[in-house]
Design a protein. Structure first.
Length: 359
């Protein structure tokens, strides 16, 4: 593309990834502008508290502004507090309320970053939207104007799992400058570009909750205590509210006696938490589940053999997808309703959906 004639909007958070992505594009001669997004933050948490929303703190904005000015392009702020609260935070709370374990980053990417932000970018006459995601976009040599999405070069930082909701037509206007780099390479580039945040620590937590997000759930959900039983039905303790627990969980169950204990079943009808002192209890393993709210980046066949990730940091495993039913070739531990199942053909991301029912 003709660099100066194509205006690029760069989503800037003030962190190292978006900063280096911006520096790469600017250094290549593109016409760039930055956008800093303001998200909802828990009003019960003080502004200067470490638990405030990490994505849009005053410090983060100041950092993004310094870097944009240093690189020589303007930066704008957009207020997405209301839609973020509705689409991301409220959905997060509702999913926990009904016994699901959601992934708010997937929701944010779908409704905020690659929908609302792109609309703002177009209002500013931008032709492309760039982000600091570690994912690779390539042209489809078999189809003109079509693109494919692949895992990033850095296996530890690959973020393709969070982007399965992108539509094929959206890829045309998206840029991911970091996809072909590893995190150590990005840190070295930050030093080369004299970006002061090159040693800034990264946050892996949910941006709008405290480090222990159970405290957030306790503040916003009406929780009801109930019995904890072993797999034989014997009551051995009391739970603090079922939304605070997830399958496979070990920490925070608070049962005395011989342990540790692992959550193997959550019975919302009886308000009962079932645990086992066996880490690999057979109740934790499944090889079949259904998915909903699916999105495909390929022309999907009625039956598909591919690989699937059942959570962000889990390895991909071979599976068969038929309609909305997924059958794993090998049983997997703690498949959790509400999480995303993301499908791959080797390194290419081909689609995904929300895990609905475990069979």
């Amino acid at each position: 593309m003709k660099k100066l004639k194509n205006k690029i909007c760069i989503a800037m958070s003030g962190g190292i990834d978006s900063s280096v992505a911006a520096a790469i594009l600017k250094n290549q001669g593109y016409n760039c502008i930055g956008i800093f997004m303001k998200f909802w933050s828990d009003p019960s948490i003080e502004i200067d508290n470490d638990n405030a929303n990490k994505c849009c703190s005053i410090e983060s904005f100041q950092s993004a502004r310094r870097i944009a000015h240093k690189l020589g392009f303007p930066i704008y702020t957009v207020n997405f507090k209301k839609p973020f609260k509705k689409q991301v935070v409220d959905d997060f709370l509702y999913q926990y309320k009904i016994g699901r374990t959601p992934n708010p980053c997937v929701t944010c990417n779908k409704f905020i970053k690659f929908d609302l932000l792109w609309k703002k970018a177009k209002m500013l006459n931008c032709n492309f939207l760039a982000t600091g995601h570690y994912v690779i976009k390539t042209a489809d040599t078999n189809q003109n104007s079509k693109f494919k999405l692949f895992q990033g070069k850095d296996k530890n930082k690959d973020q393709s799992y969070f982007l399965y909701n992108l539509k094929p037509h959206q890829l045309k206007n998206l840029l991911f400058p970091l996809g072909n780099y590893t995190k150590p390479q990005v840190r070295e580039m930050a030093k080369k570009f004299n970006i002061p945040e090159s040693n800034r620590p990264e946050s892996q937590e949910i941006c709008f909750t405290p480090k222990n997000h159970n405290e957030f759930l306790k503040r916003y959900l009406k929780l009801k205590s109930g019995p904890i039983t072993n797999t034989g039905g014997k009551i051995i303790g009391r739970h603090e509210g079922l939304p605070l627990y997830t399958l496979g969980q070990r920490k925070g169950i608070k049962i005395g006696g011989p342990g540790p204990f692992y959550v193997v079943k959550i019975d919302y009808q009886k308000n009962t938490l079932i645990v086992s002192n066996k880490k690999n209890d057979p109740l934790l393993y499944s090889k079949q589940f259904t998915i909903k709210k699916t999105n495909w980046l390929i022309d999907k066949k009625d039956e598909l053999i591919c690989q699937v990730k059942i959570r962000y940091q889990s390895p991909s495993v071979k599976c068969k997808v038929k309609n909305n039913s997924v059958t794993l070739f090998q049983p997997q531990r703690a498949i959790v309703p509400g999480q995303s199942a993301v499908f791959y053909n080797q390194k290419q991301i081909i689609g995904g959906g929300i895990i609905d029912r475990i069979k």
